[in-house]
Design a protein around this ligand. Structure first.
Ligand code: SAM
Length: 225
């Protein structure tokens, strides 16, 4: 018979002890702050007003919360992620730093709806099938702005590749997509935002190998007009 466990069975983020341990250390502040988290928080800072809500889409375990707190940004942090085991890590460790566990929720981007002031989405869309529907959800939910960090290039390329770093050599695949920057910008603008790009601090415009495949990280900052 068929069952409904396909998402977690095939989701690479549910099958890596290394990732879970890393995310737990980040939540416990035992790892250096990720450069992209620092950059996203700095990009967000000029736009926030006290009490603004920030939704971190595909938040992993929610370690970006620390980057907001470190800078004293007076915002209310929320995170959603499709991987229950990663959300559980954030719910275990982040309350010690002041985040209520219910601020982190297991949810797929495709299923989310509602309204927040700011949406941040880092290192997520490049690793899923395509960007249109999830990005539309974010744009429709964001009252003020959306900050993205993804793999962008002059043209789009899609690849569905083996992640060789999973537990017990599990033969699961994941997308490593690079999206045409100009096309994504046009898409975002069509929802009433102005968009600027920012060079990624960590990679400074160079490619970075992640699970042995090149990613071309770049930030897009979209502000609702
Ligand atoms: C590379 S991790 C990035 C985590 C975090 N944003 C960071 O930068 O540290 C990608 C995350 O996207 C999540 N994800 C993948 N597909 C998703 C979906 N459809 N809806 C919500 N989260 C998703 C994964 O579970 C994973 O935690």
């Amino acid at each position: 018979m068929i069952h409904g466990n396909g998402w977690s069975n095939y989701c690479i983020w549910e099958h890596s002890t290394t990732v879970r341990e890393l995310y737990a250390r980040r939540c416990r502040r035992e790892e250096e702050e990720m450069t992209c988290h620092a950059q996203a928080a700095e990009l967000l800072a000029p736009y926030v007003k006290p009490g603004d809500t920030v939704l971190d889409v595909g938040c992993g375990s929610g370690a970006f919360y620390h980057s907001l707190k470190r800078r004293g940004l007076p915002v209310e942090y929320y995170g959603i992620d499709a991987a229950p085991s990663l959300i559980a890590i954030g719910r275990q460790y982040l309350p010690a730093y002041g985040l209520a566990p219910e601020r982190l929720r297991v949810m797929r981007i495709e299923d989310m709806d509602g309204a927040v002031d700011h949406v941040v989405c880092l290192n997520v869309l490049s690793n899923i099938d395509n960007y249109h529907r999830p990005l539309e959800r974010m744009l429709l939910c964001a009252r003020k702005m959306v900050i993205l960090r993804e793999s962008f290039g002059d043209t789009t390329s899609y690849a569905y590749v083996h992640d060789k770093y999973l537990d017990n050599g599990l033969p699961l695949k994941v997308y490593v997509n690079t999206y045409c920057r100009a096309e994504v910008i046009r898409f975002i603008e069509s929802y009433g935002f102005s968009v600027r790009q920012e060079t990624d601090w960590r990679t400074n415009g160079q490619s970075e190998m992640v699970i042995d495949y090149p990613h071309y990280w770049c930030f897009l900052v979209a502000v609702r007009q």
